[in-house]
Ligand binder design. Structure first.
Ligand code: IPE
Ligand code: IPE
Ligand code: MG
Length: 248
């Protein structure tokens, strides 16, 4: 919760052999966090961005290879225009401010979602951040923005159909691995642990294909309050799970 929270005791309990390679988080509860404080919802989003900074730090510290965060869904365009505008501005600002830290920590930025509909200013910051971090190789930070799992799958199908029409892909070669290759997460490991704070028990169109065998962790803590200790607690819970993948 606090910026300088202690978490050494939790780090000690971690099993380095059983770390999730890929953690995915639905960053939910910003609005409620602000409303409870009699603040405008936008202040919750600002606090949520701070929380993302902490989550990235702790994932990098424990050696997670991929962190995916859901920042803006294909459905979130239906929010009031001023909230959408604020979120877009915040995203652009976040990218600009974080490039240095991402480079210091060898974090490579990657985007899940279609970027063409984003405002031009966001697209400019994005292009800059993507190219500035392209060679970092310790961790990937996937930010899902204008992302929807169903749209991602439809988009992959369209690209596969086009490849078939061009003669570059044979229908017999469309298997699970081939589909993986057409998703925004192509080449990345599947999410091992999917965390949803703020009490809702649903996927809200997040990583529908990739989460097939993810372990889910739900928490009532609102995202701006979700600190390093909470993330480590989720990882410790994950390490107690028995993943069977259909076997006995
Ligand atoms: C998550 O927090 C941020 C986005 C979806 C952009 P919310 O804004 O959904 O917060 P609640 O769920 O209304 O509290
Ligand atoms: C999911 O949260 C999307 C993001 C966190 C970006 P929402 O707040 O949009 O989800 P619902 O509407 O509660 O399902
Ligand atoms: Mg929400």
């Amino acid at each position: 919760m606090s910026r300088n929270e202690e978490y050494g005791d939790l780090l000690q309990q971690l099993d380095a052999e059983r770390l999730p390679q890929h953690i995915a988080i639905i960053m939910d509860g910003n609005g409620r966090w602000a409303t409870r404080r009699n603040l405008p919802r936008t202040m919750g989003h600002k606090a949520g961005a701070e929380s993302l900074r902490r989550a990235t730090e702790i994932c990098r510290e424990i050696g997670v290879k991929v962190l995916t965060v859901y920042a803006f869904s294909t459905e979130n365009w239906q929010r009031p225009q001023d909230e959408v505008d604020f979120l877009m501005k915040l995203f652009a600002e976040y990218l600009r401010r974080e490039i240095k830290t991402m480079n210091d920590n060898q974090v490579r930025l990657h985007i899940l979602g279609e970027t063409a509909p984003l405002p031009p200013a966001v697209q400019r910051e994005l292009a800059a951040a993507l190219s500035a971090t392209a060679h970092n190789d310790r961790m990937i930070l996937n930010i899902a923005v204008n992302y929807g799992g169903r749209r991602e799958i439809a988009f992959a199908m369209r690209q596969m159909a086009e490849a078939v029409a061009r003669g570059d892909l044979s229908p017999q070669d469309i298997d699970e691995a081939a589909v993986d290759g057409f998703l925004f997460t192509a080449g990345q490991p599947q999410p091992d642990l999917l965390i949803r704070p703020a009490g809702e028990l649903r996927l809200s169109n997040f990583l529908l294909w990739q989460a097939a065998y993810s372990e889910f962790y739900f928490s009532d803590i609102l995202w701006p309050d979700f600190g390093k200790r909470d993330l480590l607690t989720a990882v410790l819970a994950y390490q107690k799970r028995q993943r069977r993948f259909g076997k006995i």
